[in-house]
Design a protein. Structure first.
Length: 297
């Protein structure tokens, strides 16, 4: 067994087709958080689109991984345990993707449980904000879509607003109300960066800064985020992601080289109607970068 290979990857060995130029998609969502498809359906869509190595990275939740793994193995894909952890750093939300960790590790399991408990109380506050803005019934509506108060995300509110006819598209619900600093946003303290990275490392995984191009930090703050993350043991950033515009690929290629980060890639697929990129549809990582999976295969 390769000693650099994290524990949460199956099968034990996987022959990459096309001399290693495999199609990797290491970031997407299912019904276990704010995606629209069941984990097995996401797996089928990934395989149909040519993905060979796949990770499901639901927000703060691991309950979709078992179904995702069995579906992936049946479809002949390699499966990597994944999660996207919500973190508050310097007053803004940052997402940290964990890859390849042991999904039953108690440190990870308990840490995520705490974040999910806070989601339900935050959703009630968002519901009250909407009522103040003159839109009633959003908490109940979002809860019915999420199916579980501990998984309630802004996406469920956005979908409810669209279904109830308050906005023309789900994106418009974010643009008008739910975006960061939008009128329906409420203050929220997620996990700390230290906690998120330490849970991932404790469980044997690799920590990745998700879609760095989405954060609204100053250059000094960005330097602080990347340096602190690296000091904590974080080793990679996403470069090619559905949450970056194509012109940002080169920008974050430079960032990865400057800080010595490995690079990850993934569609950030949530649903056909809502996502910028489909599973397996993005270009390969820039050749100058070391991929996050170097040494795993
Ligand atoms: P939450 O974790 O509840 O704060 O929800 C965050 C999720 O909402 C993200 O993972 C995205 O799926 C979605 N999201 C956040 N901001 C936007 C935005 N400006 N436009 C579209 N979707 C967004
Ligand atoms: Mn999401
Ligand atoms: Mn994200
Ligand atoms: Mn995501």
């Amino acid at each position: 067994m390769n000693k650099d290979r994290p524990p949460g990857i199956s099968p034990a060995s996987f022959p990459l087709r096309d001399g290693g130029k495999a199609c990797f998609d290491l970031h997407c969502h299912s019904l276990a958080s704010d995606g629209a498809l069941a984990p097995a359906a996401v797996a089928r869509r990934a395989a149909a689109n040519g993905v060979q190595v796949w990770s499901l990275t639901d927000h703060d939740e691991l309950c979709g991984l078992e179904e995702a793994e069995s579906a992936a193995l049946e479809l002949g894909m390699c499966f990597i345990n994944g999660v996207e952890i919500s973190v508050t750093w310097a007053g803004h939300t940052v997402h940290i993707v964990g890859l390849g960790f042991d999904r039953s590790h108690p440190v990870m399991v308990q840490g995520l449980e705490e974040i999910r408990r806070d989601r339900s109380e935050r959703a009630e506050r968002i519901g009250r904000r909407f009522a103040e803005l003159g839109i009633e019934g959003t908490y109940a509506g979002a809860l019915a879509l999420a199916g579980n108060e501990n998984l309630l995300s802004r996406t469920h509110f956005a979908r409810y607003l669209w279904q109830a006819g308050h906005v023309a598209t789900v994106q418009e619900a974010f643009d008008l109300y739910l975006r960061d600093e939008g009128p329906a946003q409420v203050p929220m303290k997620w996990a700390t960066l230290e906690d998120a990275v330490s849970w991932i490392l404790a469980a044997g995984g690799v920590a990745v800064i998700a879609h760095p191009g989405r954060y609204r930090y100053t250059p000094v703050q960005f330097d602080g985020l990347f340096s602190t993350f690296r000091d904590l043991g974080g080793t990679a950033i996403e470069v090619v992601t559905g949450s970056h515009r194509p012109e940002q690929y080169a920008q974050y290629e430079s960032v990865a080289r400057y800080y010595g980060f490995r690079a990850s890639c993934g569609s950030d697929f949530h649903s056909k109607a809502e996502s910028r990129a489909d599973l397996g549809s993005l270009p390969p990582l820039p050749a100058s970068l070391t991929p996050v999976w170097q040494g795993w295969f």
